[in-house]
Design a binder for this molecule. Sequence first.
Ligand SMILES: O=P(O)(O)OC[C@H]1O[C@H](OP(=O)(O)OP(=O)(O)O)[C@H](O)[C@@H]1O
Length: 223
Amino acid sequence: MEPDLIQDSLKVDTVEDLDFGPKFKKIKSTENVRELQTVLRDKATSRSDFVFYADRLIRLVVEEGLNQLPYKDCEITTPTGCKYDGLVYEKGNCCVSIMRSGEAMEQGLRDCCRSIRIGKILVHSDEDTHDAKVVYSKLPPDIAYRKVLLMYPIMSTGNTVIKALHVLKENKVLEKNIILLNLFITPQAAKTVIAKFPDLTILTSEVHQVAPNHFGQKYFGTA
Ligand SMILES: O=P(O)(O)OC[C@H]1O[C@H](OP(=O)(O)OP(=O)(O)O)[C@H](O)[C@@H]1O
């Protein structure tokens, strides 16, 4: 999809509202989306509600993320014999989830792309300093030739995602072929990541000074 068409889409806010350039995109902030974000931020939300509402928000971001991938024209025949000019999803994509919160987004993607390959990167970040280091990675061997949906829901400083992006670049993935799917990002994280990776596409649901850093603990029930 061309950038100007993305701006016209009902599904994403116009990028002019955000000062992060044309490769930074946000799903439309509808009342439905705002309710999901509110439930996820509310400390009174039960764990089962948290998982349920997180999965709903993840699905919206994943569906819009699929709009950032390439499609090509095709013609099909309907059951009544009519020709129809349609679109078909192009092959050559994969996903990389950043453990562990990024793994919460895998089911939403698999619900849309049943057999997509999913690589993993584990980045350990220090709870106090937010310093991050790569502990483990396992990626599809031909990842350099694929478009990559990189998934991580929370960006506070952006350090975790930056480490993962370095791993992808070391594996010869082109920056312009990476689409980062995210739920919540701080303005600081957006600025920092974009300054280092200007050709990266970022798709989020909300930019806010406060990152809901309880996400992983609450989603996986470890708090
Ligand atoms: O942008 P950053 O400053 O790097 O932070 C990203 C996220 O990573 C940390 O969570 P945690 O270590 O619990 O990660 P996990 O939920 O993936 O285990 C932090 O609390 C954020 O939620």
